[in-house]
Design a protein around this ligand. Structure first.
Ligand code: ZN
Ligand code: ZN
Length: 111
């Protein structure tokens, strides 16, 4: 069997559809450090986690949990200025009695 020349090898490679070099998995753009995505990548790749990524993930998680409803909170004290603050704190649309109570407190000058 005669040895293939370089030209013949090239033709063979093209014929087999191997013209594209195999892609390296690490080559695609990755999230920079200091983002939750980079933190997840460190976990996935079993890499040491740097402070920037750790902080980014902690912030991300705390924002996530802050947005989640808190089941263990006491009910809103509707119709009081405190109730109005509870509405805002929990990102619940304020109700009429709470808004009235807050406005009355603010406008009435009650200490
Ligand atoms: Zn990192
Ligand atoms: Zn209310």
């Amino acid at each position: 069997m005669p040895e293939l020349t370089d030209a013949q090898l090239d033709q063979l490679i093209i014929a087999l559809g191997l013209t594209e070099r195999p892609r390296r998995p690490g080559r695609r753009p990755t999230a920079p450090c200091g983002t939750p995505a980079a933190y997840k990548r460190h976990i996935r790749n079993h890499e040491p986690i740097d402070d920037a990524c750790r902080a980014a993930n902690a912030k991300h998680s705390s924002e996530y949990y802050a947005a989640a409803p808190k089941a263990d909170l006491p009910p809103i004290a509707h119709g009081t200025p405190q109730g109005a603050r509870q509405h805002w704190y929990r990102k619940v649309p304020i109700c009429g009695p709470c808004r009235d109570a807050y406005n009355a407190r603010r406008n009435g000058g009650v200490k």
